[in-house]
Ligand binder design. Structure first.
Ligand code: UFG
Length: 374
């Protein structure tokens, strides 16, 4: 009896000790100060993948998005994938007062990754002022908030469009910036100029990431690209044609000076791209940046023609794609791919996923979308 009582007491004590230990761990976890990063446009295509990469790296994330080209449901999906729904603020960064009060209420941000912007080339030609107003004023409001509240680190979403058709390939970060062919492209060039001068004046560090052609989706097929209306870009048009939403893909021109006559681009998996943003923000937080303002190309370093992309899609999906060659699309450049050696050397980052992986993930995402609508 006495032995049994002693055993019960020991078990009881152990249980209490275990409970106290787990309480201590939980409290430590709660008190552990995680670094917080603001992601503007975090409900969008590249933004949402980056929120996941940040959370998986241990960052706390706040998202600002006005949902003009994205959906609130994406924030829930991120929560499903990572187990943590990011803090979400729905407003327009063009609103100077709202932006200022966000920064006032969120002291101690470790950094900002700024995606929120309009990005359709054709639309920017129809309404350039809409593009200048949205893309430039939001950037200025963010910089002002950072300056006032001593937020030091900014990652900016730029584009290979700043190079135009370069004279030499692959294109390096030091290649000349050509005159922009679209108002959208011009907003990226102007944004880079705004950053270049602002960092020195306000004690901010910034990294501009020049993306080549982001494609693909998260492996969970819970998030991906969600173009509104008829897609402008090649990959969503391919997957929508294969699923039966579009009848036929038009291949814009086969008379370019390339091996098969169709234009060449450097396609990069969005998950690889997302990871580069985490690397960039960590570089600035760790004070490893070489200067206050740095620029990196983000591509794979390999160019693929439109027909090669179609072949890859057909291979991984096992479907024959309905396409036909039509005339050139105005404003398209012939070929562009990145020199990625600087990003590899300095950021220690390189793209890991190949074209087949990009096409397969895009296809799984399209199929998941179709299933969710059934
Ligand atoms: N293409 C087709 N059919 C389509 C869509 C695209 O043949 O239905 C071709 C284009 O002619 C181009 C290639 O597929 O040769 C890639 O076109 P995307 O529209 O997917 O991509 P772009 O290279 O034209 O555009 C990208 C970004 C823009 C950026 C631009 C700068 O999406 O944001 O690069 O070059 F401005």
């Amino acid at each position: 009896m006495a032995g049994g009582r002693a055993q019960r007491t020991a078990t009881h004590k152990r249980k209490h000790a275990d409970a106290r230990a787990s309480l201590r761990i939980n409290m430590a976890k709660k008190n552990e100060k995680r670094l917080k990063v603001l992601v503007t446009g975090g409900a969008g295509y590249i933004g949402s993948h980056t929120v996941i990469a940040l959370q998986q790296q241990g960052f706390e994330v706040a998202v600002i998005d006005n949902l003009s080209n994205s959906h609130a449901g994406v924030i829930d999906r991120i929560g499903e994938i990572t187990g943590e729904r990011p803090e979400f603020h729905e407003f327009d960064l063009v609103d100077r007062r709202r932006t200022a009060s966000f920064f006032a209420a969120n002291a101690g941000l470790a950094g900002v990754i700024h995606f929120a912007a309009h990005k359709a080339v054709g639309e920017s030609m129809k309404d350039p002022l809409m593009y200048y107003r949205n893309n430039l004023i939001s950037l200025m409001n963010i910089l002002e908030g950072m300056r006032r509240r001593n937020v030091a680190n900014l990652v900016f979403s730029s584009s290979c469009t700043v190079y135009g058709q370069p004279d030499e390939l692959p294109v390096k970060e030091t290649s000349p910036i050509k005159e922009a062919v679209s108002a959208y492209g011009n907003t990226k060039q102007m944004s880079e100029d705004i950053l270049r001068f602002s960092v020195h004046a306000y004690g901010i560090r910034a990294i501009a990431l020049r993306y080549f052609n982001p494609v693909g989706a998260h492996e969970s097929a819970l998030i991906g690209e969600l173009p509104r209306g008829v897609p402008n870009n090649l990959t969503p048009f391919i997957t929508q044609t294969a699923i039966g939403k579009r009848e036929c893909l038009s291949v814009f021109g086969s008379d370019y000076n390339t091996p098969d006559g169709t234009p060449i681009r450097d396609y990069i998996h969005v998950v690889d791209l997302a990871r580069a943003h985490v690397t960039a923000v960590e570089r600035m937080i760790g004070k490893k940046a070489k200067s206050d303002y740095e620029i990196f190309n983000l591509g794979t370093g390999k160019g693929y023609s439109v027909l090669e992309v179609i072949r890859s899609f057909e291979k991984v999906s096992g479907r024959k794609l309905n396409y036909r060659i039509v005339g050139r699309r105005s404003g398209d450049i012939e070929q562009l791919w990145a020199d990625t050696s600087y990003a590899r050397r300095e950021l220690g980052w390189k793209a890991e996923r190949d074209l087949d992986a990009m096409m397969l993930s895009a296809w799984k995402w399209e199929q998941a979308l179709a299933q969710s609508k059934e």
